[in-house]
Design a protein around this ligand. Sequence first.
Ligand code: FAD
Length: 306
Amino acid sequence: VFDVLVVGGGPAGASAAIYAARKGLNTGIVADKFGGQVAETVGIENFISVSKTEGPKLVANLENHVHDYDVDVMDNQRAVKLTANRLFDLELENGAKLQGKTVLLATGARWREMNVPGEKEYRGKGVAYCPHCDGPLFKGKRVAVIGGGNSGIEAAIDLAGIVEHVTVLEFDSKLRADEVLQRKAKSMGNITIITQAQTTQVTGDGQRVTGLTYTNRQTGDSHQVELAGIFVQIGLVPNTEWLKGVVELTPRGEIIVDERGQTSIPGVFAAGDVTNTPYKQIIIAMGSGATASLGAFDYLIRHSDE
Ligand code: FAD
């Protein structure tokens, strides 16, 4: 039986496991793929104290740091079911069952993709999902933001301060973003908003993105826009499909946590992009992993004689 059973091997899970192990707790970590979203990241320039690194490098550092401690790392294992009995039972896809006195959910999230030709090919070569991360790479260039919801319009406003010009493409006939954000975006001189636009292709020169094509859904006409970057902002999906009906989730599927990272079930904690905490970043995920782990430690010292 683990004192702390962490599910997820991204920055939040790794940080939680290290904090738990440093308290002398018997710690296990189950990860579908150790490293999480960081493994897919090319350049990272906002991990404070490290001016510049790459995803795979940071993943290797995370892994080494976890291995400095006596943590049972179960990589390439997917959790499929969590049940609360006297202890918490975690069932894996391969049928194995693990038990924890506390469970710490850090299964992260995934960006919703457009699923158009060129998107995968140019991911990290002009196709981006995180304006806080990659915005500065497009300084002085022309970019597009796909999606006119709050995150899309926030991204456009953010990027407009850095890049030369932003074209926002919204599928619907109107933007879904809050009125105040729409007003702000419209007041900026270098944002063009196009509605009823269905992106159909990402184009490039083999090395990098050079533009995109979209269809005007009203007229059916196809248009080409030349630009250097495309920020896809059509949703961040938390990996909580398997937790529906177990812990309390927001309507968007994020796990609701309190200030100690505890979920609606005492003894079950959560951290990182999978939770309802705002701003999804590596440094934030690590901080929340530490918080939730200390929350679990607190819980254990109060329940140790049960
Ligand atoms: P994740 O990194 O998503 O990790 C989730 C973990 O849970 C993975 O190990 C996964 O395999 C595992 N998992 C999921 N479901 C299960 C299951 N059922 N059973 C077992 N394991 C499971 N942030 C920055 O700060 N700077 C950047 O430059 C930056 N660039 C980015 C670039 C890209 C392309 C992307 C996609 C994201 C970027 N981010 C960046 C965001 C950052 O990667 C995330 O905020 C961070 O990784 C979140 O950490 P996490 O541990 O919460 O989740």
